[in-house]
Write a protein that binds this ligand. Structure first.
Ligand code: ADP
Length: 201
């Protein structure tokens, strides 16, 4: 059954900071140990054009983020010389620059509620306030305050699709159908099979 709930897919990128910090194994482990299954994996330099397609934020996002940056700059006693909208757009410009600064690892995960489960493990966008136990909360420390002072995107180790619809759109940008594998894991029996006959001898 191709559309069984266990076939849900989501998308993760280990950003250049994750790779430079030597956290590729640790990050993959945290997703993998939940039972999520690898469906696709890529290592390389992200294409800039595809990154712009990937980060297709709307005006509401630019405004919300830009307003917060304006507040953070004022709080830090820094000059505010742009409209909030422009500060919001700067985030994606800075992010694209950062994302192409070094190798990244792209991963498609598959499993029940893959999108929700992966988001939960990833943690909130700002590492300084992400929950303990999440990748962003445990493994790094960046904040909006310091990224606004230094005019850069927040460094939070990973991108993780927000929901299934976003995951579908993003996976199609980065992977061809043929690069995604369908196969069985022995451990899936204990996660999903209705009948466990045959275990007891
Ligand atoms: P997420 O990656 O948690 O889904 P968003 O899609 O809202 O978060 O933002 C995309 C990326 O833009 C974030 O991962 C982060 O690197 C960067 N970013 C978001 N908000 C800010 C901000 N206020 N200041 C600096 N960078 C930000």
């Amino acid at each position: 059954m191709d559309n069984h709930p266990k076939k849900e897919r989501t998308f993760v990128i280990i950003k250049p900071d994750g790779l430079q910090r030597g956290l590729v194994g640790e990050i993959i482990k945290r997703y993998e140990r939940t039972g999520l299954k690898l469906a696709g994996l890529k290592f390389g330099i992200a294409d800039e054009k595809k990154l712009w397609e990937h980060y297709n934020k709307d005006d509401a996002w630019f405004l919300k983020k830009g307003t917060k940056i304006t507040e953070d700059k004022k709080a830090a006693g820094l000059p505010v010389d742009k409209e909030p909208m422009e500060y919001g757009k700067d985030i994606i410009r800075q992010l694209v620059k950062f994302m192409t600064s070094g190798p990244v690892v792209m991963i498609v995960w598959e499993g029940n509620q893959a999108a929700v489960v992966a988001r939960k493990i990833t943690g909130d966008t700002e590492p300084a306030t992400s929950d303990v136990g999440t990748i962003r909360g445990d493994l790094t420390l960046d904040s909006y305050g310091i990224s606004a002072v230094d005019d850069r995107a927040v460094r939070n180790l990973i991108h993780c699709s927000e929901n299934v619809e976003d995951a579908k759109r993003e996976i199609a940008i980065w992977f061809t159908e043929g690069e995604l594998l369908n196969y069985r894991l022995v451990s899936e029996a204990i996660l999903y099979d209705v009948n466990l006959d045959g275990i007891l001898e």
